[in-house]
Design a protein around this ligand. Structure first.
Ligand code: ADP
Ligand code: MG
Length: 478
């Protein structure tokens, strides 16, 4: 029996506002517990929530970026449940009338084809607080700094068919929210996480299988692992004659397994109803059009433009447009050199990315500016140095020894393009290797590589390889 996997994701992106969704308390990360929770976040009686206008703007941007309908009218609802980190006894969310509906985005499936993934809805809600058990003796602590932090919950259609597709989809959302500047997407700080709904069905069956929901996955690697574990678990269970129970599960990354948290029978009845303290959110057609006008160029559009206008390889265009600062760096470098954009791309995707990774730096912290990288590429382009010497210059630039020109000058790395100078070395190499010369003349063409190597060694790699080849062949056949 072959099984088909069905996955739908609920992604939670923390919105990058300075204050909370319904109060003026700060959203800054890492403060002392309970120093950033005001009376509204604490759920005191008699206080009233006031909607932060910025979250509406951000949700509208997201909706337009994924081709969705931005609702002219959406409504906040109370989702009622009891938990110590939720002092109000309800979470304010959106239920029947979310702000964003019917969107889509495109990922690459396993065969390299574009695949459309439907976005059912995206709604605004507040985050809850956090319970702390670690380091406390027979008691738990509650930190409400997080309570009231604005979230956009983005719900996909069950269109994903593998863990890899789920990760590709989540990465795409991650890229989009960062491009829009509506979330910092910081996964370590919990600003970007997801719940994965997973089921399996026999290949060809129309009806979906029973799903489980894995809560709170906060890294791409965990999403992939948790889903793969869950797929295996469900298939084994069914093949052994059992049945999947609809339930919520938790992923334990230390053991690389999912465990049951609560079953459907224990599931809450949230008794949603419209929050009487908040007005419906009404936005005009003009407002939506104004937001559309201000949207930045999005990752897909940028990627296609990089391919069409700069003639980049598809893979490089994808790499360079995954983050906006990287794309901007690339374009700034292209603008500062007459060299081919693909040559610039090779350096950004290759040596520069490697150096950044090695030192754990973001592109914004690069030790080489876009203009200086362009300076290096220009010297390859105008044959002042070879690509090989350029790597050495790059290393020196990275260690702060100066610009490409300064390093080339200081270390005397300029390529030797003077034919007469190269001829002198070629003559010397030929004279020093009579045996190889005889063999070459007897038909062992391969030996040309040996001679080129010798000349390069003599010139510390600085002779122009094309000229070396030509001059050697001339002299050896003479
Ligand atoms: P709930 O509100 O109970 O979480 P939803 O209907 O809103 O349920 O679905 C939540 C997520 O589960 C969506 O992303 C949806 O695509 C996905 N989903 C629904 N049914 C299945 C299924 N049988 N297998 C996998 N995912 C599913
Ligand atoms: Mg759910």
């Amino acid at each position: 029996m072959t099984w088909e996997v069905v996955i739908g994701l609920e992604v939670h992106a923390q919105l990058a506002t300075r204050s909370k969704i319904f109060s003026g308390a700060s959203t800054a990360y890492g403060a002392e517990p309970n120093t950033q929770a005001c009376l509204v976040d604490l759920g005191y009686p008699g206080v009233l929530p006031v909607l932060n206008e910025e979250v509406v703007h951000m949700a509208a941007m997201f909706g337009l970026a994924v081709n969705a309908t931005v609702a002219p009218r959406s409504v906040f609802a109370r989702k009622n449940y009891f938990y110590p980190d939720l002092p109000k006894g309800y979470q304010i969310s959106q239920y029947e009338l979310p702000i964003v509906e019917h969107g889509e985005l495109f990922i690459e499936d396993g065969e390299g084809n574009e695949k459309r993934i439907g976005i059912t809805r995206a709604h605004l809600e507040e985050d809850a607080g956090k319970s702390i058990h670690e380091g406390l003796d027979r008691s738990s602590g509650i930190d409400l700094n997080r309570a009231g932090t604005p979230l956009l919950e983005i719900v996909s259609e069950p269109d994903l068919r593998s863990a890899a597709e789920a990760v590709a989809y989540m990465r795409k959302i991650h890229t989009i929210v960062r491009y829009l500047g509506i979330s910092d997407g910081n996964m370590q700080e919990g600003s970007f996480r997801c719940d994965a709904n997973v089921s399996v069905r026999p290949q060809g069956q129309q009806q979906f299988g029973t799903r489980t929901e894995i809560k709170n996955l906060n890294s791409f690697r965990f999403v992939e692992r948790a889903i793969n574990f869950e797929i295996e678990r469900q298939i084994d269970l069914i093949e052994d004659g059992g049945a999947v129970v609809q339930e919520t599960r938790l992923y334990d990354s230390a053991r690389d397994e999912t465990r049951s948290m609560r079953s459907k029978e224990e599931a809450n009845d949230y008794r949603y109803f419209p929050d009487p303290d908040l007005l419906p959110v009404e936005i005009s057609h003009e407002y939506i059009e104004a937001v559309r006008e201000q949207l930045p160029e999005l990752p897909d559009a940028k990627r296609h433009r990089f391919i069409d206008d700069y003639g980049l390889k598809a893979d490089d265009a994808l790499q360079l447009t995954m983050s906006r600062p990287v794309a901007d760096y690339f374009e700034a470098a292209v603008g500062a050199t007459g060299a081919k954009p693909q040559l610039v791309a090779n350096w950004v995707v290759g040596d520069l990315s490697g150096a950044l990774n090695k030192d754990g730096l973001d592109i914004g912290e690069s030790r080489i500016t876009a203009r200086d990288l362009a300076g290096l590429v220009t010297r390859i382009h105008d044959h002042t140095i070879s690509g090989k010497i350029a790597k050495q210059v790059f290393e020196a630039m990275w260690s702060g020894e100066g610009t490409a020109d300064e390093i080339i000058e200081a270390q005397g790395l300029r390529q030797i393009t003077d034919s007469s100078a190269i001829e002198v070395v070629v003559d010397k190499v030929i004279a020093a290797n009579p045996g190889q010369v005889a063999e070459y003349k007897a038909g062992k063409d391969k030996l040309i590589g040996f001679f080129v190597g010798q000349v390069m060694k003599e010139t510390k790699g600085q002779a122009n390889p094309g000229q070396v080849n030509r001059i050697l062949k001339d002299k050896l056949s003479g």
